[in-house]
Design a protein. Structure first.
Length: 228
């Protein structure tokens, strides 16, 4: 990543760190997303397995309870994560240059990062994750669905959330390094807009639709890749 770009990312997140949790995950959309992501991570990253797990772009530590190590570019975001998870080892670094030795992690995961990045940076991150994962290790990531955005004619106006991928794109990124094991759709219907009671009832239906044959029409997909 270019130095200017890195500096811009760090200062953007340093500035919003104090408000990040409330502004992104304090509303009904954020709460719904957080619950759905946890539902899937509970399955993919169960506790007490003894695995070494790195969360890339851990931010304020919202999902770092699944990790032994956390990494983020922003010192201010990391300061919050450290307070929340005193037992986790944190490093301030870029996702495409983590500084960890080769083949030390059983799993690496990242959420709400790749959607903000240029394709060349995503490619560099795939290479770096492959380097730090043990053979057979897993890379878990989320990305907005290209198919859904195309269908809805959705265009993101800025870099923020501006990147989406199809499953075919993810397979291309895997190359010979990873095999796509499975994927999960998230948020098929606008369930987060319903009143709380109805949301609970329809949440199961949404999960079923998001994980059925029309999966690629979900808002996001979460992919589990295995290092070859
Ligand atoms: C939208 S936040 C997501 C935080 C957390 N993963 C979550 O889901 O709540 C994006 C985070 O990625 C970090 N970040 C952005 N670009 C990065 C990069 N190239 N390398 C490492 N961290 C990066 C930011 O500092 C920020 O904490």
């Amino acid at each position: 990543m270019e130095q200017n770009n890195k500096d811009a990312v760090v200062s953007y997140y340093d500035e919003i760190a104090g408000d990040y949790d409330e502004s992104r995950f304090g509303n009904s959309y954020g709460r719904f997303l957080d619950a759905e992501e946890r539902r899937i991570l509970d399955r993919l990253l169960p506790p007490n397995t003894g695995e070494r797990r790195l969360e890339i772009a851990c931010g304020t530590g919202r999902l770092t309870n699944y990790a032994t190590h956390g990494l983020d570019a922003s010192g201010e975001m990391l300061a919050r994560a450290k307070e929340r998870h005193p037992d986790v080892t944190f490093v301030q670094a870029m996702a495409d240059d983590t500084g960890f030795p080769d083949e030390v992690f059983d799993a690496v995961y990242t959420f709400h990062l790749l959607m903000h990045l240029e394709p060349s940076v995503i490619q560099a991150i795939f290479r770096e994750v492959c380097r730090v994962l043990k053979p057979g290790g897993r890379f878990i990531l989320d990305i907005p669905s290209r198919q859904r955005r195309q269908r809805l004619g959705h265009r993101q106006a800025s870099w923020h959330g501006g990147t989406e991928l199809s499953t075919a794109d993810v397979r291309d990124l895997c190359g010979d390094a990873f095999t796509l094991r499975r994927s999960f759709g998230v948020l098929f219907l606008p369930v987060h807009k319903l009143p709380e009671g109805l949301r609970r009832t329809l949440g199961g239906l949404d999960f079923a639709l998001a994980n059925g044959p029309l999966k690629e029409n979900s808002s996001y997909l979460i992919y589990e890749l295995v290092k070859n």
